[in-house]
Ligand binder design. Sequence first.
Ligand code: FES
Length: 567
Amino acid sequence: MGLRSEQWYAGDDRNAYIHRAWMRRGTPDDAFRRPQIAIANSASDLTPCNAHLNEVAQSVSNGVYEAGGNPLNLPVVSLGETNVRPTAMLWRNMAAMAAEEMLRANPVDGVVLLGGCDKTIPALLMAAASVDVPAVVLPGGPMLTGTFRGTPLGCGTDVWRLSEEVRAGTLSQEAFNRSESAMIRSRGHCNTMGTASTMALVAEALGTVVPGVAGTPAPDSRLLEASHGTGKLVVELVEKDRRPSTFLTKASFHNAIVALAAIGGSTNAVVHLLAIAGRLGVDLTLDDFDRVGSGVPLLVDLQPAGRFLMEDFHRAGGLLAVLREVRDLLDPEGVTVTGRPLVEHLDDAPIWDPEVIRTRTEPIITEGGIAVLRGNLAPSGALIKPAAASAHLLQHRGRAVVFDSIEDFHARVDDPDLDVDADSVLVLRGCGPRGYPGMPEVSNMPLPKKLLEQGVRDMVRICDGRMSGTAYGTVVLHVAPEAAAGGPLGLVRTGDVIVLDVANRRIDVEAPDFLQRSPSTAMAEAFAAPKRGWERLYVDHVLGADTGADLDFLLGSSGSEVTRESH
Ligand code: FES
């Protein structure tokens, strides 16, 4: 089979002339006969976690050329989690759509996907899955561990912890400000088992990263070596026509879910994996995460729930060492970009530090994973990550204290007169994909100040939004259907008794008339429907969190063919 790019470059007609001539600019003639490899590069000064990817791209480029390809830098929409308003998740589908269309529109035979910060790898994988050109993910890697007053700082996780300490009066504002410059020590993405680390590792378990590469710290010279190798590999992928649809199967997603549970990864991976599966037509459901993942032992002792950070994880053996411990739980049919099954890459993957990566016989928790809850509050499902929750709250009855928007929450949570105690259940709605819009990471609501001062450090919280992968607490999130889409979360009233029963996977409101009520008018008033632009398109078409929060018209694949020509 010929190269896709031959449709642009082969032949002697006027169109081929135009395609080649404008690309020449010193390019040798034989470059047009090489596989054209796009380096989908999410480097941006406004995405600090990905700012180093230009250097990574150069190593990829060298590898591509050495293997006989023609490397082409393709800047893509970049999303910096800490900067982008109102929330980076609003733009994930836009980034995916833009990358998809640019890969399809251009003479591209294969692509290396350079991501790092939370949404960048999911968006690029969604794009590559829909275009279905040979693709390999290259994660930019986590940053090195920073320390403050001799203590390691987990970026993200320790921001929550330190800011709660300031609110509780146990840390001075001055010390808090000083910790700021210690938190981010080097290039790279967040160094906890947050969403960026999770998605890099899950992408490797899925088979889309060269095994052993994900988790390599961004400043580690081995990342550049791996980048060179990834560049060489993608040329092979093109030669063998190893497209995403040829190896990303249900078995691959099974392995990704096992990995997600064993590493104690972010709940955000659920919504991203569902969206990627939706682009491939793989029948993955929310319940697969509980069915496959809940029996998997948690083996990795990383923040936010544990002690260590990604630099330690890499030193301890990385993902392959984890997966070797749960090899029997993996699907041997799951294949990787190397063409070999994932399980074949696990033979030489020892654990070097059993404090960071536990052995199967000494897990942190025997049954990790993410629990999927259902009940009259979440008929289409909701998630809880038991490993990040307080054990004593996993079975709980409490009185609801309801907030109709994040603004309502901020306005009232620290009111000394707020009728709330340690047993209350904080409910926040209007934060789903449609309601916010964009499903922000607000589900781990800060606790009321007066309870913090009493020493309370965790409460049951329920929300239709997401939670930062660097956060922790007893949080029921991704409640579906979301309140703004008519879900029963919009019917809860302050004072209702809510029953959380994680063992039986239930989340219910104890009120006989619950489902007969009218939705909260305050919540409806808080929803300002966007009138134009991407937000309007998003609100009109976004699907629920339980299926990946993709746009309805982006599901599935359109392939790589474009038959029309403008010249
Ligand atoms: Fe970029 Fe955390 S802010 S990975």
